[in-house]
Design a protein around this ligand. Sequence first.
Ligand code: C2E
Ligand code: MG
Ligand code: MG
Length: 530
Amino acid sequence: MRILLIFTVSILATSLALWPWWQNSMQHSGREALLSLEAFIERNAQQLKPFIQGKQTDCSGPVVTSLRRAVFSFPYVKEIGLYNEQFRVYCASNDGPVSIRLSPMLRTRLLTADNHQTLSLTRAKISDTRALFFYVYDPLSGRGANVLLQPESLNQLVGEALDDVGAGFQLEVIGRPVRTHGLPEGAALVSQYRFESQRYPLVLTLYQTLGCQFSFIVNYLWVGLLLGSFLSLLYVYRRHQLLRCNSLAQSLLQAISNGELYVCYQPIINVRTGQAEGFEALLRWQHPEQGDISPTIFIPLAEQLNLMVPLTEIVLDDVIRLLHRYRTSFGTRYISINISRHHILQHDLAAMMRQRCYDHPGLNHRLLLELTEEYAFSEAEMLQAINQFERLHECGLRLAVDDFGTGYAGLDFLRRYSFDVLKIDRTFVAGLGAEAALQPLLEAMIQLAHQLDMSIIAEGIELPHQAQMLHQMGINCMQGFLFTEPVRAGQLKPWFNDTLGADVLTDQVLSDMSKYAMSSDKQGISGTGC
Ligand code: C2E
Ligand code: MG
Ligand code: MG
């Protein structure tokens, strides 16, 4: 139904949009048609010049023959006559010598016209048919010629010129209509255009009827259909996307109540000790049909649906359970949780965290909140965020800038607030060893972090040489698939073993680490040297 509406609207809109263009092209065609008529008459006048400028003033056999030849060679010409200084036709191509006086009115018109040419439309007395005459006069010789034209010839010329616009028209010679074309009796007129010749007593009137308008719409239907098809496709695509989004949104709501969301933890390793300093809590969605759905898809969706608060609650509940489960071996380790920008700006995160810390004493010392500046904060948003940061700090929570160096997670964020930890994004790690510019960039970041009294964690370590190079640069805390992918809470046990190094890290990594081990005095996030 909507698609039908789109098609109808497209066709109407196209017609409306093209209508002024058609009107213009109609006016243009009208002018062109009149010009082509004038050019036709002018050509006839040129061909007659030898007869009226020559010395011959009689109607001898050769004169009549040459007149007949001219009749044959001029299109639409039926007869040619020659008239003398007294404006009396003395010789005609059909009848030979004749004596017909031109009317005084015609004489005046010929003498007063700039080009000494004119037209007349009369009704022949004998045949009762209309006769269209073209007259040319030569003021030097005082003589002239007249040409009997088929009245239809002019209409035919105009019709050819107006073929494209398909409008009805009427041609008038000295105010008398030659014949009206394409204008049915009683047809409803939409508009009409009048074109008057400056050279001949000719007027061309174009008529636009409702029928014209309809045939115009039919002619340009394809443009409307094309537009309609394009818009329909766009509509179907958008609708499909919306439905998909809605069904995903619906699924996410169900996922929360069905417990399909769970938390994984990725250890953050201090490569100096081989111990896990902390763990990043990462939310997972195991969809019953679609399998694992990445947080990069469902977190933005949850933000749109205003579901970030329940999601953060799920993470916090799981973290609290984990802390309880490993309370004896947890030591000074911490858990970092990701906080969405939406949660800070649309909700009172600080109030929520204060309540949690009140309910679970000591929780504040175990948490690190990771914040990413995915989009530039407006000044008002930045002030609101800073207010939240201050209140979170007051609760004893520590704050980290996540994905530093990507998107907007950059210097402006650091300039505006004192964070505790800088998490260098994995894009800076991936190219280490291959891209020469990365090392100085990383060194600048490290220096900046030291100057701002921030600890550093490097993310996305996948290869031993990346760990080695970062370690050489002074970064001790690292997180990445080289050590382990994010795992379920139950699989974290080995990471709480204080002598775990050899159990968990591969021999290769450990030997590489020991090669580059540095004795650093820097204080870590939880005092162990990050
Ligand atoms: P993030 O906070 O930067 O998390 C690190 C991401 O890097 C995780 O992806 C992790 O699995 C991945 N990763 C860790 N080591 C490596 C590695 O060596 N190589 C590569 N290629 N990737 C590595 P994940 O779990 O898909 O999370 C993506 C993002 O989704 C997170 O980026 C975070 O911004 C967001 N996110 C995840 N869980 C939560 C959550 O509970 N709350 C909020 N607000 N955001 C979350
Ligand atoms: Mg993170
Ligand atoms: Mg990150």
